[in-house]
Design a protein around this ligand. Structure first.
Ligand SMILES: Cc1cc2nc3c(=O)[nH]c(=O)nc-3n(C[C@H](O)[C@H](O)[C@H](O)COP(=O)(O)O)c2cc1C
Length: 395
């Protein structure tokens, strides 16, 4: 466990305690800055091991202690990961014990960033995170919420319980290996003229989180993404589209080769009947747009003979469950995940969500939590349903 210099370091003794309780052997390494926020004495007491910080430590380096530690670790979890540490890791620097260990180890690395909202949004930080992600470093969170500096927004380190779960997931058997999974995510843009379009508030985060979770569990993932600004999870094949009709084409040309189809995208139901070739000029009066229905991707996939197991999403502002059940029945889906949108918390364009999953034989409520965590819980619900489908098909 690497601890760098963020105020969230005060949570790491609890994290270490939970990891030890879950059966892990934990050795903590801090940066110099981390010691301003959490004492080595506390970390030593909960891990039962000396806490290391110095690279030039004569006693340990007599036996090349940093290399020994790098080889010993099966996973390296940096929690919290400060902006400064993320920068050093992205640059491949080796100027303190923790950064050197990260370079010298074959162990998969997981990072739990924690910083002020503005820092997290900074372009340099975004670049560094994207580079690390592309190299296979798992980025856990951050969550949104009230930050130590008094701001509200993304930047909070995930809670220790969530980090323990994420780490356990990293060691879990690849229960989706051999499954081909097609996922749609994000909004669609429906052109009005060369500069304007109709869109919606979907951020794509739920679909991207599911794509990452399926990949993490060994599945082969194709992610058809509408216009979103999210990094592609490592190992996932991404197909970018803009409009509902492009998404329809991208999905239908692939759906027959899939085992599972998960439709999180908020596909526009309608598009302008005519797309103006030139920018529509402002005039004195009102303007009416005539809309025409888009193809229904979910219905089309669910209606394929021998098609994939199909999970739809229903984002509703009212009568959530009734609408979801109606959609499940009308489109003949295998399951539907319903989520309330338009409220204060959860749903579109935020980091958290709650889902009610409904299938012909049952239902399950997944409470409000980060979309990353929710994605794994959703896979837990789907696994027995998929196994059931497998066994009825082979019977
Ligand atoms: C009170 C206080 C809180 C801080 N909290 C954070 C933080 O949450 N995230 C962060 O990236 N940096 C934070 N910093 C700044 C880092 O501690 C600073 O950049 C330090 O050099 C990081 O060193 P390290 O990356 O080697 O651990 C904080 C600084 C202070 C004084």
């Amino acid at each position: 466990m690497g601890v760098s210099g963020s105020i969230a370091a005060y949570k790491t003794p609890e994290l270490a305690r939970l990891l030890v309780r879950a059966g892990a052997e934990v050795r903590a390494v801090t940066t110099a800055a981390a010691r301003q926020f959490v004492t080595p004495m506390t970390l030593q007491a909960v891990t039962g091991h000396e806490v290391r910080e110095a690279l030039f430590d004569r006693a340990h380096e007599a036996a090349m202690g940093h290399i020994e530690l790098a080889r010993w670790a099966e996973r390296i979890l940096i929690a919290p990961a400060s902006a400064g540490f993320i920068e050093r890791l992205a640059q491949g620097r080796a100027d303190d014990l923790l950064s050197t260990l990260c370079l010298a180890s074959d162990a998969p690395r997981l990072l739990a960033p924690a910083m002020n909202r503005r820092m997290w949004a900074d372009e340099a930080v975004r670049d560094n995170v994207a580079r690390l992600r592309a190299r296979g470093v798992r980025i856990l969170g951050p969550a949104s919420g009230s930050l130590a500096c008094g701001d509200e927004g993304p930047g909070r380190m995930l809670e220790p319980e969530e980090l323990v779960e994420a780490l356990a997931e990293d060691f879990a058997p690849p229960s989706w290996r051999g499954r081909r999974v097609l996922i749609t995510a994000g909004p669609t843009h429906e052109a009005i003229d060369p500069v304007r379009y109709i869109a919606n508030r979907s951020s794509g985060r739920m679909g991207f989180a599911i794509a990452e979770a399926v990949r993490q569990r060994g599945g082969e993932v194709t992610l058809v993404a509408g216009p979103v600004t999210l990094d592609t999870p490592v190992g996932v094949t991404r197909v970018d589209v803009e409009s509902a009709r492009q998404m329809y084409e991208a999905v239908m040309s692939r759906a027959r080769q899939q085992d599972v189809f998960i439709a999180t995208a908020a596909v526009a139901d309608y598009r302008p009947l005519r797309v103006a070739r030139q920018k529509i000029k402002k005039t004195e009066g009102d303007l009416s747009l005539e809309l025409t229905a888009n193809p229904d991707i979910l219905r089309a996939v669910a209606g394929l003979p021998d098609g994939p197991f199909t999970l739809g999403f229903a984002a509703e502002t009212t009568r959530l469950e009734a609408h979801a059940r109606e959609k499940l029945r009308a489109k003949r889906l295998d399951a539907i995940a319903a989520n309330q949108v338009g409220g204060e918390r959860g749903g579109f364009a935020c980091d958290e969500n709650a889902l009610t999953v409904i299938w012909p034989g049952g239902r399950c409520d997944l409470p409000m939590q980060s979309k990353q965590r929710l994605a794994y819980r959703l896979l837990d619900v789907l696994e027995p349903l998929l196994n059931e489908k497998d066994s009825t098909e082979t019977a």
